[in-house]
Design a binder for this molecule. Structure first.
Ligand code: C5P
Length: 233
């Protein structure tokens, strides 16, 4: 089973990203490229970071009709990223289309992960804005199970949900979990956070850490602390 610490590269220019990555001289962390950086710099930034030897989670959260998502995933498959994602609310058909598009001619493909309900959505906004009246926990597990039925590899969720997702979808179904902070760091806009050590105990497969590393005085030291706690290395 693969487990790793993924650093969220939440920067708005390649200069900022490279000055950050240049600090890592003796290791090549798994990194996440989100919409902000991708829309600012385009596919070139993915290729350049890949050339430097990093594994990449391309966090673009696709959601459209199945045919459009399938064709877009085909384009992304050529960027040679290691993990990418979409919204499970696009339906099982959309997820199946995505998987088809992402699979290269030789049968290889990046890991494909689903977002269930965004952590910014709560019970009230789900009921009032989306007219979904079921408990949010049930909706999250239902969407996770849909992702499993479609053949996806896992979901993005809170470390606090990782055990339940594994219970519903199996131990091999991956849980990729943001909302992680080193002890003593500011929580910021995250609502429920855990430390890398607790995320490990709760069964997370990959933790996504942004500000606890990017905002640290010594980012390399903070990254190594996350790895030590999460992987026990
Ligand atoms: O700085 P911080 O550690 O909070 O960053 C977490 C990263 O994970 C950000 O890039 C954020 O967009 C992403 N994310 C999240 N919650 C989700 C999905 C993605 O925090 N449900």
């Amino acid at each position: 089973m693969n487990k790793d610490v993924i650093i969220a590269l939440d920067f708005d220019s390649k200069e900022k990203v490279f000055s950050f990555l240049d600090k890592f001289v003796d290791c090549k962390p798994f990194v996440k490229i989100g919409m902000e950086l991708y829309y600012a710099e385009g596919p070139e930034i993915v290729k350049e970071i890949k050339k430097r030897g990093h594994k990449i989670f391309l966090d673009l959260k696709l959601h459209d009709i199945p045919n459009t998502v399938k064709k877009s995933m085909k384009v992304l498959s050529e960027l040679d990223v290691d993990m990418t994602n979409l919204h499970a609310s696009g339906t099982i058909n959309m997820m199946k289309g995505a998987l088809e598009g992402l699979t290269r001619a030789d049968g290889t493909r990046p890991l494909l992960i689903a977002v269930t309900q965004l952590t910014s959505t709560d019970q009230e906004s789900m009921e009032n804005d989306l007219l979904i009246k079921e408990p949010i926990d049930k909706v999250v597990m239902h969407y996770a199970n849909n992702a499993k039925i479609a053949g996806l590899d896992g979901v993005v969720c809170s470390p606090l949900e990782a055990g339940k997702v594994h219970g519903v979808c199996g131990e091999n179904f991956l849980t990729v979990t943001p909302g992680v902070r080193l002890a003593g760091d500011a929580v910021g806009d995250q609502k429920r956070v855990t430390t890398p050590k607790v995320a490990k105990e709760l069964g997370s497969d990959y933790i996504v850490v942004g500000r606890s590393i990017t905002g640290a005085e010594d980012p390399v030291k903070a990254y190594k602390q996350c790895v030590k706690e999460f992987l026990g290395e």
